[in-house]
Design a protein around this ligand. Structure first.
Ligand code: UD1
Ligand code: CA
Length: 461
């Protein structure tokens, strides 16, 4: 049987009180609607149609290549939203999974179970339900004495008795595709919100003598619908737990999983240890046997095996195997730290390459530079790359030695085996095996103490 998916993502999301369109809010580094579509892809559907409206272009960009789109010009309700996919789907034989775009925690497994149940029962419509501890805001499932599903009542339309019911509509349905689009034509907007409710399709089909049912899922938390920032934080917390447990099952140690914030697509190798208060975002990949200590933030970066990151920030950068950084250092975008290199504390590196086994140990800024192998950069060195208008490049050759407190003014080239004396300001190229020293000579004035005013002060004698 053909399988279709409709994702509803056209609503404005007023309750988020945001400039950003609701389904584009992120849960663990990925938009809610991407989470939904990726879970839907897990059932290998023949077609996914996402209904877009406000901010359509932005949603289409995020889902490009993963979904087709139907445009709902006015947000008249979830029933109207599904109906906008008519052109893509109506009249086709098959089953259609409808999912609201603001339920980011659903897994493919749950969708598969719903599909199987729907087919086994031979239903025209099956709603996925859950038992909500506090069901406020959700549609409630109304059943008869024999436990048959009768209809769904929305929060704003329910009687006090109905609103006591804790079994809720998760917003996910499986329909016979043809019957769905026929029934949608009969949905009206005679309700508290003046909207065309998708939920009414159930009762319509039932009145036509079709078989409808409900599949109860055990874990309510998977069905959380995110309408406001409180639910967004709850959903993120649940997703965080799920992500961290996945990594733990793959052999990663978490010292305090409650405070390790790892985005959905991050990869981490086995025997790596993640301390508490760590943030790892975006497309980051971390190798095996690494240690990421508390206070670290790593974004869109690649970290090799056996790397130690101590309380440091790394953005869009690369650390090869057996390197280390920190505490309190910062790799800004486009920094490449080659095998065996050491970046110590209070170091900032930007758009630079640090060659194999080179050391940048303390209080140094390296910007727009290429450093070779086995270089030692002394404490407090500044790569002065900016003249106020443009950035220039600095090269430092293999085995060069840069003394503490040097200022290298770009553009400049320090050759292999060159030696830059401490506290030198280097404006000219330094050749191989040469030493450059550029600082005022020291002058010692004998017995000068006694000429100083402070020598008259008895406290200083
Ligand atoms: C909906 C259900 C409710 C269920 C809950 C589960 C209806 C009438 N109510 O309520 O029974 O318990 O989800 O989370 O279906 N949308 C459109 N076009 C529209 C209106 C909404 O695309 O015209 C999209 C929204 O972008 C959103 C989804 O549909 O992703 C659900 O809409 P929302 O307003 O959040 O519905 P709820 O009030 O949460
Ligand atoms: Ca919702």
């Amino acid at each position: 049987m053909k399988k279709f998916v409709v994702v509803l993502a056209a609503g404005k999301g007023t309750r988020m009180k945001s400039q950003l369109y609701k389904v584009l809010h992120q849960v663990c580094g990925k938009t809610m609607v991407e989470h939904v579509v990726e879970a839907a892809q897990g059932i290998e559907p023949d077609k996914i149609v996402t209904v877009v409206g406000t901010g359509a272009e932005d949603v289409e960009k995020v889902l490009a290549g993963k979904s087709e789109f139907a445009l709902q010009k006015k947000q008249l309700g979830t029933g109207d939203a599904v109906l906008t996919a008519e052109k893509e789907l109506a009249g086709k034989d098959g089953a259609t999974l409808v999912i609201t775009g603001d339920t980011p925690l659903f897994t493919s497994e749950t969708f598969k179970k719903l599909f199987d149940y729907h087919q086994t029962k031979g239903n025209a419509a099956t709603v996925l339900t859950a038992q909500a501890p506090s069901p406020y805001g959700y549609g409630r499932i109304i059943r008869d004495d024999q436990d048959n599903v009768l209809r769904i009542v929305e929060q704003k339309d329910g009687s006090p008795e109905e609103l006591k019911i804790k079994e809720i509509n998760t917003g996910v349905f499986c329909f016979d595709n043809k019957l769905l689009f026929e029934a949608l034509k009969h949905v009206n907007n005679q309700n508290a919100q003046g909207e065309y409710y998708l939920t009414d399709v159930l009762e319509i089909l039932r009145n036509e003598g079709q078989r409808i049912g409900a599949y109860r899922m055990r874990d309510f938390s998977e069905s959380i619908g995110v309408n406001d920032r409180v639910a967004l934080a709850q959903a993120s917390k649940i997703m965080q737990k799920r992500i961290n447990e996945k990594h733990m099952c793959n052999g990663v140690t978490f010292i305090d999983p409650d405070t390790a914030y790892i985005d959905s697509d991050v990869k981490i190798g086995s025997d790596t240890v993640i301390e508490g208060n760590v943030v790892i975002k975006g497309k980051t990949e971390i190798g095996s046997n690494c240690l990421i200590t508390s206070g670290s933030r790593i974004v869109d970066s690649t970290i090799g095996d056996h790397v130690t990151v101590t309380s440091s920030t790394i953005e869009n950068s690369q650390m090869f195997e057996n390197t280390d950084i920190g505490p309190n250092s910062h790799l800004r975008p486009n920094s490449i730290i080659k095998k065996g290199a050491h970046i110590g504390n209070f170091v900032e590196i930007k758009n630079s390459e640090i060659g194999e086994n080179s050391k940048v140990g303390h209080l140094t800024y390296v910007g727009d530079a290429t450093l070779g192998k086995d270089i030692n950069v002394g404490c407090g060195t500044i790569f002065a790359n900016y003249d106020g208008i443009k950035k220039d490049h600095i090269n430092v050759g293999d085995r060069a030695f840069i003394g503490s407190g040097a200022t290298l003014i770009a553009p400049v080239n320090i050759s292999d085996h060159a030696f830059v004396a401490a506290d030198s300001t280097i404006t000219k190229d330094v050749n191989k095996y040469d030493m450059a020293i550029a600082r005022g000579r020291q002058v010692n004035k004998p017995d000068y103490w006694h000429k100083l005013p402070l020598s008259k002060d008895e406290n200083w004698e």
